[in-house]
Write a protein that binds this ligand. Structure first.
Ligand SMILES: Cc1cc2nc3c(=O)[nH]c(=O)nc-3n(C[C@H](O)[C@H](O)[C@H](O)COP(=O)(O)OP(=O)(O)OC[C@H]3O[C@@H](n4cnc5c(N)ncnc54)[C@H](O)[C@@H]3O)c2cc1C
Length: 458
């Protein structure tokens, strides 16, 4: 690639702005294409880069005990524009990092506009010209329809989703195995299974009836106006909608008890069974099968903890259903976020299947650094999987596992959480474990910076 050729970044949101900054810091020229304000999305209101479309919170800033706080700390250490600007526009918010949204986006815009190596082009990108030898696509959950169609053509029909359908994910070590047991329906092993791949939680008739009542009465979130076009699609009805269709619907759907025997009461058939399926290769996270939902988060935690075996469940992610453009990244992307089939195209931000402002910016940071490394003729160095950056990247590019049996693709957007980190050797109490994971991450990040990233702390 000729040194004067810029890396093209499409989308100047959280990820695209951070990627552009990282490239410029390494001396690589950038052409940043952003369609706003000429053309907007359904939720953006300004032409500023890195506009926060909803909450003004970057969530917990606790780098000793929370995965998102750890990600903040790592981003600060890696010279993130988004974190430095957030710190400069912080508002009082207890343990959270909340920002003055207008000051934040205006400052990011000023930094990008003031950076001589970044050229800005205000236009909607629809095609990705072949002469663009290095491209980062960071167009987010509301990628413009014309570009989404181009991406869909490049990646295949089923590889780009336009809605997420998120079932809650539970930390395995919070499930009560005095009640739940491992078994696949009819002990089938399938292509990648053992015959005992699912965690099963049994319900009596009274428990099932109470559960259905709770679903029907539970507080739900409503769709945004722009989301109403295609909210529900095949096989992905929210559980509360299934419950509304009839009291027995769930028992003949995701909660069917057939082919399962409770080893503690083999002669007694459960009236219904909730199944959880392994979600990541590490085996630390399990999703509740078929439980995509629009119930409010507090209601989900309360109602799902009434399921026998889940009384103390810790949720790595609660369920949801939103308009969200994202790739089946574990299949499509290589470990440095490039499209396997067309490595000149790299993806960053929420379109890769991470979730949240900070996670999107972090993946933008990595994409920018990978593109810079490539451009400078160096070998890319992946962040250790024990760091928050490495754990998130590994989830996107391969850590998630596909369904064990045939079914729709199962990769869904994910916030950073401790379930994505390789577990510690010794089992420790919950708070001590979180602290140990954070300490390990920060130590490994320092070693990585020292060994592989001579420019990281610039
Ligand atoms: C309604 C809604 C509410 C959300 N609320 C929160 C929240 O409260 N907290 C949170 O942490 N996360 C939230 N998110 C999730 C997510 O973290 C943010 O959307 C985040 O901004 C994603 O960062 P990104 O850089 O990937 O995409 P974005 O920040 O959306 O940036 C993408 C950019 O690409 C531009 N673009 C799109 N198509 C084209 C094109 N063809 N050509 C040129 N430019 C284009 C867009 O104008 C936009 O500027 C929300 C998402 C949505 C949709």
């Amino acid at each position: 690639m000729h040194p004067s050729q810029p890396v093209h970044i499409v989308g100047g949101g959280l990820a695209g702005s951070e990627a552009a900054w990282q490239l410029a810091r390494r001396g690589v020229p950038v052409m940043l294409h952003e369609m706003r304000p000429l053309r907007s999305t359904a939720v953006h209101k300004t032409g500023n880069f890195a506009e926060l479309v909803c909450s003004n919170s970057f969530r917990s800033d606790d780098s000793q005990g929370s995965a998102i706080g750890l990600l903040h700390a790592e981003m600060r250490r890696l010279g993130s524009l988004v974190l430095a600007t957030a710190d400069a526009h912080v508002l009082p918010a207890g343990g959270a990092l909340a920002v003055d949204r207008e000051g934040f986006a205006a400052a990011i815009t000023a930094a990008i506009e003031g950076e001589p190596l970044i050229e800005i082009s205000r236009e909607e990108i629809i095609d990705l010209p072949p002469e663009w030898e290095s491209v980062i696509i960071a167009t987010g959950p509301l990628t413009s329809p014309a570009l989404a169609e181009t991406i869909r053509r490049l990646t295949g029909e089923a590889a780009l989703a336009f809605f997420d359908a998120i079932a809650p994910i539970v930390h395995r070590d919070s499930i009560d195995f005095e009640i739940a047991w491992f078994q696949s329906r009819y002990d089938k092993s399938g292509p990648a299974g053992s015959g005992a791949d699912y965690i099963n939680c049994p319900l009596t008739r009274a428990q099932y009836e109470a559960f259905v009542d709770a679903l029907l009465a539970g507080d739900k979130t409503s769709f945004h106006e722009f989301e109403t076009a295609t909210p529900y699609f095949d096989g992905c009805l929210p559980i509360e909608v299934m419950a509304e269709r009839g009291r027995e619907t769930l028992r003949h759907g995701p909660m069917k008890p057939f082919g399962l025997t409770n080893p503690r009461r083999p002669s007694e058939k459960p009236y219904a069974v909730v199944q959880l399926r392994q979600d990541n290769k590490l085996g630390t996270l399990f999703n509740i099968v078929g439980f995509q939902t629009k119930l409010k988060h507090g209601e989900q935690a309360r109602i799902f903890r009434t399921i026998p075996g889940l009384a103390n469940a810790e949720f790595a992610r609660l369920g949801g259903l939103h308009r969200n453009t994202f790739l089946n990244s574990p299949k499509l992307l290589d470990e440095t976020l490039r499209l396997n089939e067309m490595p000149r195209l790299r993806f960053a931000g929420q379109i890769t299947g991470c979730e949240g402002y900070v996670e999107s910016a972090a993946i933008g940071l990595l994409a920018g650094r990978f593109a810079a490394t490539e451009r400078l003729g160096e070998r890319p160095s992946l962040p250790p999987p024990t760091t928050a950056h490495g754990a998130l990247l590994a989830h996107i590019t391969g850590g998630h596992i596909e369904t064990i049996d045939a079914g729709p693709r199962s990769f869904q957007p994910m916030n950073v959480n401790f379930g994505l980190f390789p577990p510690l050797g010794a089992s420790t109490a919950r708070d001590a474990r979180k602290q140990a994971l954070c300490a390990r991450a920060l130590a490994d990040l320092e070693a990585w910076i020292g060994a592989a990233l001579p420019h990281a702390a610039e």
